[in-house]
Design a protein around this ligand. Structure first.
Ligand code: ATP
Ligand code: MG
Length: 375
């Protein structure tokens, strides 16, 4: 069932347009992440869903009902902000109860919901403390608890973890994922942290300049980015972009001349990219590997070697003076050493003038015969 539908929703502040008309459907139980750089409009969009910000164009539907003109309180949502404001003079229990008391929930029902939220978020031992007696992470759990006790149809989170230190951020992220599993509730989560987006989301909405660049599962936005923006934004270290010149197609595939003159036959279908001599080859560092310079399609000089723990990354300066990140396979090279690079064409992308991505044709799935039990 559709939990939330945005129909051609746009936002302007006076004459400044910050959200282009955009549409999105969110199914019940999904964990949707709005991901994009600072200022791209994530908070504005979330606040329009919440009813905290007026919608300039279009409609917002929750569970099939047009709520565009509804006050926030009627929308059956709960929002958790980055700067959670707990009432400092109230205990945790009173903080959790406050919103429910206001809408006239019975004491017994309030007690039941607080019990359940406390169990889920491990707040049991903290219920009689005041916020000042809690750590930052515990306070954030209380803020999430305040949303949980409302039992909303949709949870809205605006960068709720960004005030926490790295370790706590990681732990709270896992708690949120568990909470989502347990409640099966619809969640919409705003972040500019792609690790958070990749690990939490059922689908990611990648935003840029007030528009949606792509909506897809974490694997889709990583493996099949729709645009050059998505390709460059998702993945650390970032995808390399290499200027290339289109050659006569090799059969059905696009063929390229790379910096230094090497020839590469891609797996991108020839009819994909718009005609024109210049294309950009996009390849992630894990799909660009050091090899012998002799006979390699790309070669260059090692600028820097980074030991990253599970792998070593070499920064290699190419013939056109651009630098790419590549994975070291054997022994680490010396700075200044001349090395070759091999491209995994199955994972290489092409971008034409429109910055639209063209991908390698998916390899045919291996057919695995079902083994029947013989006895
Ligand atoms: N009340 C306002 N009046 C005018 N412009 C605004 C207002 N609120 C936000 N903006 C502008 O709208 C754009 C989107 O802002 P928004 O807060 O939605 O971005 P964001 O993606 O949440 O960024 P961040 O990651 O920094 O929180 C920005 O350019 C911002 O300057
Ligand atoms: Mg924001």
């Amino acid at each position: 069932m559709t939990a939330l539908k945005l129909e051609q929703v746009g936002k302007s502040y006076g004459s400044i347009r910050v959200i282009e008309r955009l549409s999105l459907e969110v199914d019940t139980g999904e964990f949707i992440v709005f991901l994009g750089p600072s200022g791209c409009g994530k908070t504005s969009l979330l606040r329009m869903v919440a009813g905290l910000e007026e919608v300039s164009e279009g409609r917002v539907l929750i569970a099939g009902q047009d709520v565009t003109q509804w006050a926030p309180g009627r929308r059956n949502l709960a929002m958790v902000f980055q700067h959670y404001a707990l009432y400092p003079h109230m205990t945790v229990r009173a903080n959790l109860a406050f919103g429910l008391k206001n809408i006239g929930t019975s004491d017994a029902e309030i007690a039941r919901r607080i019990d359940e939220a406390a169990r889920m978020l491990e707040l049991g031992k903290l219920l009689d403390r005041k916020p000042e007696q809690l750590s930052g992470g515990q306070r954030q759990r209380v803020a999430i608890g305040r949303a949980v006790v409302k039992e909303p149809a949709i949870f809205l989170f605006d960068e709720p973890l960004s005030n926490l230190d790295a370790a706590l951020r990681g732990r709270t992220r896992i708690e949120l994922a568990r909470l989502h599993q347990r409640l099966g509730a619809t969640m919409i989560f705003v972040t500019h942290d792609q690790l958070e987006a990749m690990t939490l989301a059922t689908r990611i909405v990648v935003m840029n300049g007030g528009a949606i660049e792509q909506v897809g599962t974490p694997a889709e936005v990583y493996r099949r980015p729709a645009t050059r923006f998505v390709a460059g934004f998702i993945g650390t270290p970032a995808m390399n972009f290499i200027q290339a010149t289109r050659q006569a197609d090799a059969g059905e595939r696009v063929a390229l001349a790379l910096p230094g003159g090497g020839a590469l036959v891609t797996r991108v279908p020839a009819q994909g990219p718009a005609r024109g001599a210049n294309l950009v080859l996009g390849v992630r560092p894990e799909n660009l590997r050091l090899c012998d310079a002799e006979g390699a399609v790309l070669a260059g000089t090692v600028d820097l070697v980074e030991f990253l723990g599970e792998r070593t990354l070499a920064h290699v300066r190419l013939a056109d003076d651009t630098t790419v990140g590549a994975t070291v396979t054997g022994a680490a090279p010396q700075v200044g050493e001349r090395v070759g690079l091999s491209v995994d064409t199955a994972e290489a992308h092409l971008f034409d003038d429109g910055a639209v991505a063209h991908h390698a044709e998916a390899a045919p799935a291996a057919v695995v015969p079902l083994r029947r039990a013989t006895s």
